[in-house]
Ligand binder design. Structure first.
Ligand SMILES: Nc1nc2c(ncn2[C@@H]2O[C@H](COP(=O)(O)OP(=O)(O)OP(=O)(O)O)[C@@H](O)[C@H]2O)c(=O)[nH]1
Ligand SMILES: [Mg+2]
Ligand SMILES: [Zn+2]
Length: 300
């Protein structure tokens, strides 16, 4: 066992970049490297991790221990989240609801509450998108980060704890953070006219204090192509990741109903009646099909 040295500190990883970790400790921020088992597997440590640090000379240190995680995500790579805020633009780039629904489902699977912020209402309608997700039971906001419209509502979404913004490149995550906290002055990027998507302006996950003891993470956006594969899990567990199915699932005629084609399926009836948003059910079916291809031995 590693010997615990006397003056070890505990801290929070704020940023991970080029093999260095910026760690906030009671003795200020330290630029750290991993030591022992944390040196080899660079991916083992995530922004949001609570770690043990052995300080060396001024402003530096080694990470020597990792506290158990409450949860973590691979994309974006963040640990110990209290909420995941999906930032989705109404246009430029156009929303991909399957990607959005995969993210809400992964968050649900990992026990992380999700909220949605729809951006660029000046370019396309956000109200219809907001209605879908409000209908599914998620906290929802619409914001124009250029005019500040909707900013107070976004602020109310995350109070305390660790939140992360995630979504497509160019959706406006960094612009929204700048509107919330002008002192951050984060770099934001133009949308490529030719490709109609963002340019991956943000390259690293970074935590910023929100002023109420909490933190918010800006994360690099992804493109839909990067997001093709869903987390491996049994297809039968997917229904748990769509909270709006909850009130109907029990009423299906057959136990083990997959809510796709069955007679007497109460979920399908609710979709027909407009009680469950249709696009959500389409995503459910698409992800279900994907999961049916997963072999049992691939499941953790
Ligand atoms: N018209 C309009 N443009 C916006 C709005 N919000 C952000 N933008 C623009 O969208 C572009 C991309 O914004 P970013 O904040 O860089 O997007 P991002 O999500 O951080 O992108 P990555 O860092 O690549 O993941 C910028 O040109 C912003 O000015 C909005 O509400 N309306
Ligand atoms: Mg960004
Ligand atoms: Zn059913």
């Amino acid at each position: 066992m590693e010997q615990k040295e006397p003056c070890a500190l505990t801290g929070l990883i704020l940023r991970s970049q080029g093999g260095f970790y910026q760690v906030r400790t009671s003795a200020g921020e330290l630029r750290c490297r991993g030591r022992g088992r944390f040196r080899k597997e660079a991916t083992q440590l995530l922004v949001g991790d609570q770690v043990e640090v052995q300080p060396t000379e001024e402003g530096a240190g080694f990470i020597t221990g990792l506290a158990p995680r409450k949860n973590f995500l691979i994309r974006p790579p963040v640990a110990n989240l209290d909420r995941l805020v999906l930032v989705v633009s109404a246009a430029d780039p156009a929303p991909n609801l399957l990607v959005v629904d995969k993210l809400t489902a992964i968050a649900a699977r990992r026990g992380i509450p999700a909220a949605l912020v729809f951006t660029k209402p000046d370019l396309a309608d956000t109200a219809n998108l907001a209605a879908i997700y409000r209908g599914a039971g998620y906290p929802v906001c619409q914001v124009n980060s250029l005019t500040g419209e909707g900013i107070p509502q976004v602020r109310a979404l995350f109070q305390g704890g660790l939140s992360a913004f995630c979504g497509n490149s160019g959706a406006g995550k960094s612009t929204l953070l700048n509107a919330l906290y002008p002192e951050l002055q984060l770099a934001t990027g133009e949308i490529s006219r030719k490709l109609g998507r963002g340019r991956h302006t943000t390259r690293h996950v970074e935590l910023f204090p929100t002023g109420d003891g909490g933190y918010i993470a800006d994360t690099p956006g992804f493109s839909a192509v990067e997001f093709l594969q869903f987390e491996k899990m049994p297809a039968a567990a997917l229904e748990d990741c769509f909270p709006e199915f909850g009130p109907y699932r029990e009423k299906c005629r057959f136990t083990g109903c997959s809510h796709r084609v069955e007679k007497g399926c109460a979920v399908l009836a609710a979709v027909e009646e407009g009680k469950i948003p249709e696009s959500r059910h389409q995503s459910y079916r698409a992800i279900y099909e994907e999961l049916r291809g997963v072999k049992e031995w691939e499941l953790k």
